[in-house]
Write a protein that binds this ligand. Structure first.
Ligand SMILES: [Zn+2]
Length: 136
């Protein structure tokens, strides 16, 4: 492969400081990808929902109901995640993304990359979980 040709064809990049999402551009791409995948999955789940009437046998009917319950529960979980993703994208648009909701400190990039929908830093998250355990 002639390397000189590829070098010539490569366009020069302008300043990378003008990226709309700033330092979280990478995470935003992850979120948008995850969002698209969720929507696609939700569409597939709806299409694959079995027709209950078409099961002649009672045991098959029971299986179908269990399957459907599972699909519904999964859908609710996915909807919650979708909401979280949308919220995260909103926060990016308003430049409040990556700020801990409890202490106002910046959440470390590594944590955001691993868990992009989080709204709490690890200390506050741990604290919150501890409080939830006490309440239960
Ligand atoms: Zn915090």
């Amino acid at each position: 492969m002639p390397k000189s040709v590829t070098k010539l064809a490569k366009p020069k990049r302008a300043t990378k400081a003008r990226k709309p999402a700033g330092k979280y551009g990478d995470i935003r791409r992850d979120l948008e990808k995850q969002r698209a995948a969720l929507l696609e999955e939700a569409g597939v789940a709806v299409l694959q929902r079995p027709e209950l009437e078409s099961f002649p046998d009672l045991s098959d009917q029971a299986t179908a109901e269990v399957d459907q319950n599972f699909t519904l529960r999964l859908k609710e979980r996915e909807q919650k995640l979708l909401k979280k993703i949308d919220d995260a994208l909103d926060r990016m648009a308003t430049r409040t993304y990556g700020i801990c909701l409890r202490c106002g400190e910046e959440i470390p990039y590594k944590r955001l990359k691993a868990r992009p929908v989080t709204t709490l830093c690890i200390e506050c998250k741990t604290q919150q979980e501890r409080e939830e355990k006490v309440r239960r």
